[in-house]
Design a protein around this ligand. Structure first.
Ligand code: AMP
Ligand code: ZN
Length: 114
């Protein structure tokens, strides 16, 4: 997708602070962090929203959570905890239409979200 921000970051055409890349998923620092740790875990493959997921993506999405677990262990916030969240479409607050998972840590999170 030539006009997709995260496809451009995936291709290296837009710079980002990458903290992980296994060829299927990459993770970058969010440009506008809302917590001391705010990363985005992003599949290289362009999938617009959660609503566009198919059964064939199940392993990929499962890997998102394993990647979050590994990053939390590596960066030392797995003991204190963290939040993984994906926003879907307008009411979910999605602004970039290439599926991604926010990994937030470093402060207590409130519930419910706004
Ligand atoms: P969402 O609102 O769930 O679609 O999340 C999109 C996220 O992408 C927001 O938290 C933005 O701050 C973040 N974002 C937008 N542009 C960039 C960028 N160039 N590099 C890193 N993060 C970005
Ligand atoms: Zn894309």
């Amino acid at each position: 997708m030539s006009d997709c921000l995260f496809c451009k970051i995936s291709a290296g055409d837009v710079p980002a602070e990458k903290v992980h890349d296994d060829g299927e998923l990459f993770a970058i620092k969010d440009i506008n962090p809302t917590a001391p740790v705010h990363l985005l875990i992003i599949p290289h493959k362009h999938i617009e929203t959660i609503a566009d997921l198919e059964a064939a993506h199940a392993e990929l999405i499962g890997k998102v959570y394993l990647t979050a677990r590994d990053i939390a262990r590596d960066e030392g916030f797995d003991e204190d905890g963290y939040r993984v969240v994906a926003n879907c479409k307008r009411d979910g607050g999605q602004t970039v239409f290439h599926i991604h998972f926010h990994l937030l840590a470093g402060r207590p999170m409130s519930w419910p979200p706004g």
